[in-house]
Ligand binder design. Structure first.
Ligand SMILES: [Zn+2]
Length: 426
């Protein structure tokens, strides 16, 4: 064997949810093995069980002793806008002082500032920034992340961002799954003619991107004042015809029917859902559309309003969690998202862990290879410096990751990097 992980006080397998997303009461079943261990060969998990069984059957030079620690599948982050240039800390202060997202957007700020800066940035610069972001994500336990375009908003710049995503995926240990989101905002040069921009998205952008195989998903910001239901419908239809799987930014700021739209199209996920209607939630449950909830984004909007995760789980919708990392929600850390989900949406730690691992993998159609610790899956494993899984969510604002194993290779080792601790006065 290449690697054994042994003696975990809890080995949280999240097993059994690879075929279809985990729903309802099943979201409380983590498949925990106490004093657990696993064996890794050629980047894959080859055995999972009690430490005694694993060490009896397998030998390896490289052994992680997880005594007193909790072992989990690497986090999957199914919703990020991680490729962008610049930052928006000034706007953050405006928001604290009461300006709304839409007011900032109308004043040419918000997303449009990021679009200007991202258009000006070179591929090399964006790759460099993307790598830095992925380093932070990996240190916090994320081993696979989705990444959307949408700060270019011209054919050339959207292609550029998707090429950056492709490049960082080739370079960095974290696997990055590309989504085209040309319909993220109306670019300034199309003000007042949304329809003309939608024409560009469907007639030029989507076919070019599909032909070059630069995206796996097509997403749209379906929102009052951004892209309406009919425009979103057109974009999703063309995306689907060009072979892309679908996602929808749905019902984030107003109840527009985005959840219903995602269900109509059999989308892989509908995301945000703060204002999803009862009918929309029912339709999502029926069609198996994953609800990707983004409490860090809702938190950063400062409205005090969150998606109703409890109602969704009760109605049989599979709930997943993502960061929504973007310049107005500067959050790379899925542990923080898990804590927000527990504190602000009343998920139990078990439900939040399912949501940030196997259900998140379903939201990006990767549940066959990641999202749980099961034989045959990629050895994407995190070792947490806490004695049981309930500390996730309970710990606020600290990074409890001790080690990250990606494709069977130890890529983060805080214990080894920590140096001399404790630091005493003398
Ligand atoms: Zn988003």
């Amino acid at each position: 064997m290449d690697l054994l992980i042994i003696n975990a006080s809890e080995l949280v397998t999240v097993a059994g949810g690879s075929q279809k997303p985990v729903t309802g009461r099943q979201m409380r079943e983590l498949g925990i093995v106490r004093n657990g261990g696993l064996a890794v060969k050629d980047g894959k998990i080859v055995a999972v069980g009690k430490t005694a069984e694993v060490t009896k059957a397998f030998k390896a030079e490289n052994i992680i002793n997880a005594n007193g620690k909790t072992v989990l599948p690497g986090f999957v982050d199914p919703h990020t806008h991680m490729i962008f240039a610049g930052s928006r800390e000034d706007e953050f202060q405006m928001r604290i002082e009461g300006a709304s997202y839409m007011e900032i957007l109308s004043a040419g700020g918000g997303i449009l500032k990021t679009v200007r800066e991202t258009r000006r940035a070179s591929v090399e610069k964006l790759v460099e920034l993307g790598i830095e972001t992925l380093n932070v994500m990996l240190e916090h336990g994320t081993t696979t992340a989705e990444a959307k375009s949408g700060y270019g908003l011209t054919t050339k710049d959207e292609l550029k961002i998707l090429q950056v995503i492709q490049r960082v995926n080739q370079l960095h240990a974290v696997d990055v799954v590309p989504t085209f989101m040309g319909a993220h905002a109306l670019p300034p040069e199309f003000q007042g003619s949304t329809q003309t921009y939608v024409d560009l998205v469907v007639n030029e952008m989507i076919p070019r991107i599909a032909e070059k195989n630069l995206a796996e998903f097509c997403d749209v910001f379906c929102e009052k004042g951004v892209f309406g239901l009919e425009q979103s419908r057109r974009i999703l239809a063309v995306g689907r015809n060009c072979g892309l799987k679908l996602k929808v930014h749905a019902d984030e700021m107003s109840p527009l029917g985005g959840a219903e739209l995602a269900a109509d199209f059999g989308a892989a996920s509908a995301d945000h859902l703060l204002f999803a209607s009862d009918e929309g939630i029912e339709a999502m449950a029926e069609k198996g559309v994953v609800a990707v909830l983004l409490p860090a984004a809702a938190f950063s909007l400062m409205s005090g309003h969150y998606a109703d995760a409890r109602v969704m789980i009760n109605r049989g919708v599979a709930v997943a969690l993502g960061t929504d990392l973007n310049p107005s929600c500067f959050a790379e850390n899925q542990q923080l998202v898990v804590a927000f989900a527990c504190h602000l949406m009343r998920l139990t730690p078990a439900e939040a862990i399912i949501a940030a691992t196997i259900n998140a993998a379903h939201a990006i159609c990767r549940a066959g290879e990641i999202g749980s610790l099961e034989v045959g899956k990629k050895a994407d494993v995190i070792v947490l410096d806490v004695p049981n899984h309930k500390f996730l969510g309970y710990c606020l604002g600290v990074n409890v990751v001790d080690k990250v194993v990606k494709n069977g290779r130890v890529v983060v080792d805080k214990e080894a990097q920590r140096g001399e601790f404790p630091i005493l006065k003398e």
